[in-house]
Design a protein around this ligand. Sequence first.
Ligand SMILES: CC(C)(COP(=O)(O)OP(=O)(O)OC[C@H]1O[C@@H](n2cnc3c(N)ncnc32)[C@H](O)[C@@H]1OP(=O)(O)O)[C@@H](O)C(=O)NCCC(=O)NCCS
Length: 195
Amino acid sequence: MAVSLEGEKVILVPYMKEHVPKYHQWMQNPFLLQTTASEPLTLEQEYQMHLSWCQDPLKKTFIVLDKDMVEGKFVHGDPRVEAMVGDVNLYMNDLDNPQLAEVEIMIAEPQSRGKGLAKESVLMMMAYAVENFGIHIFRSKIGESNGASLSLFRKLGFEDTSYSEVFKEVTLEFPVTNAKWEELLHLIGNVVRHT
Ligand SMILES: CC(C)(COP(=O)(O)OP(=O)(O)OC[C@H]1O[C@@H](n2cnc3c(N)ncnc32)[C@H](O)[C@@H]1OP(=O)(O)O)[C@@H](O)C(=O)NCCC(=O)NCCS
């Protein structure tokens, strides 16, 4: 099984089948469907989607655990469904540039928002992507009305590169050559790898 990564506020764990029912429940929420540009699935389809994500070498998904909700000692391989609050994804799906990755983040549980979990999860995912897949540029596509997410990525140093009238969506990018990269790395303290 892939690694789990423990930061100061979150533990990123591999997306396991035990997580699917709660994930499926989140993805019935119209707000989350809209902000993540997703379609509602049946539970059976969600299990199929989980399998296809796990098998896709170009896609990496971690479930975000809120450490405030993790009781006792965390052991790699534990799904810890009670502490799962969102997910963070990486897609290396640009055929012209294999070193480009799209990042997506969702903190689905309202009580875990506004605590810096999205920020830490995105940064940990970016550092993981640079180290493990040699990613040089990150991209994020955000609906123009999603102020929280736009402000999250802009604050991290992502810059607007284009806007789609059709999808009402802003594309933002962050090249790892950006002088801000080293600063960002300092924002995430020691990340513990559990294997
Ligand atoms: C957007 C989202 C990921 C933010 O998660 P979060 O854990 O609450 O965010 P953080 O606490 O890490 O906040 C980091 C930064 O994001 C911005 N931000 C977060 N929530 C915000 C809000 N409600 N309004 C404005 N800015 C906000 C701020 O710039 C914040 O920095 P600051 O605290 O220094 O001001 C979360 O609200 C969410 O999942 N929304 C629905 C799904 C979604 O929109 N996903 C993005 C598609 S890629």
